[in-house]
Ligand binder design. Structure first.
Ligand code: AKB
Length: 321
């Protein structure tokens, strides 16, 4: 990776990946793009930013070509809960965007990364320690686009030799930019509410376990996979990766170690609860560990410590606490 174009760069992953790659590759070697305009939420605002609708093939191609990029990181997509509200739009955006991005990667011979998700699995998959290669059968539109996307990325690799690589991300937890429209978002909201109000109303039910990861580990994973020796990769699209698996009561207990008066009650949202129940409790990421040395650093308690410290600083700077 020498010069990278990132779509969805104002999102939760994008904003942190842009900062990291600008540090690694130089400020002018990361072209950040998003359908939204640049605003105060965009942390790394010094380098190149272009407005881009990923369903507009010609504009997408022109941007990649004019900037002579050698890597495309395609992050623009709707997440699970939003996709369930508008499945047709989710299919159109997630699949047309991905197909355009892959066509451009083929045309310009670039490397390629687009994330998949634990949402690629459905209720037929073994729920605990879910294997890398097994029955998927997702029951959400988001999951359907993720499985289709994985197959498409493998297809472009086999047929056109596109160097496509991907991971199945679990819920990602970070303090810089909030996620939007996901089922795992509660695990970010809970830290905000712990600091802002001291109480949290959880829309996911007690006992519902899902895989999660701190954003630093997620960004490291993208960089590590993209730099991995191709000869070691048995899999490509997509590797299971996880750092921890917990239910709401476990993250609540972890926060209580630092904020003893923190309170939580449950007000379950049936739509997001159903999505969460259709996903694994915990996935097996041994292939990623073996094939490209994936090795996350944060567990639940070390993440909670860091989240509360960093988020408190941020909320203070914004005058919110
Ligand atoms: C979501 O909840 O939709 C995402 C995901 C697990 O892909 N965070």
């Amino acid at each position: 990776m020498k010069k990278v174009l990132i779509t969805g760069a104002l999102g939760q992953i994008g904003s942190e990946l842009v900062s990291r790659l600008r540090k690694d590759l130089g400020i002018d070697n990361v072209i950040a793009t998003d359908i939204r305009k640049l605003d105060d939420n965009f942390i790394c605002d010094e380098g190149i930013f272009e407005k881009l609708d990923v369903t507009d093939y010609n504009s997408f191609l022109k941007l990649a070509k004019d900037n002579k990029v050698d890597t495309i990181v395609h992050l623009a997509a709707l997440l699970s809960a939003t996709a369930e509200k508008n499945p047709k739009f989710a299919w159109d955006l997630n699949m047309t965007g991905l197909m355009n991005a892959l066509e451009i990667a083929k045309e310009l011979k670039t490397k390629f990364f687009a994330p998949s998700s634990i949402a690629a699995y459905g209720p037929d998959a073994q729920p605990d320690n879910t294997p890398q290669d097994t029955v998927m059968n997702p029951t959400t539109m988001y999951g359907v686009t993720k499985v289709a996307g994985e197959l498409l990325e493998n297809y472009y690799n086999r047929k056109y030799n596109v160097d496509s690589r991907s991971v199945r991300f679990p819920g990602l937890i970070s303090y810089k930019v909030e996620p939007g429209g996901g089922t795992t978002d509660y695990a970010v909201d809970i830290y905000y509410q712990a600091l802002l109000t001291g109480k949290y109303e959880c829309y996911i039910d007690k006992g519902t376990k899902m895989d999660m990861m701190y954003m630093d580990d997620a960004i490291d994973a993208i960089v590590k996979l993209m730099n991995a020796d191709e000869k070691r990769l048995v899999h490509r699209n997509s590797f299971n990766i996880t750092a921890m698996s917990f239910a709401p009561e476990e993250i609540f207990e972890s926060i209580k170690k630092y904020i003893p008066n923190f309170k939580m009650e449950y007000k379950v949202d049936p739509v997001r609860q159903k999505i969460a129940e259709s996903w694994p409790n915990s996935i097996d990421d041994s292939c990623a560990r073996k094939e490209w040395d994936f090795n996350p650093k944060f567990d639940l308690d070390s993440m909670t410590k860091e989240m509360l410290e960093k988020l408190e600083q941020k909320l203070k700077a914004e005058g919110k606490i």
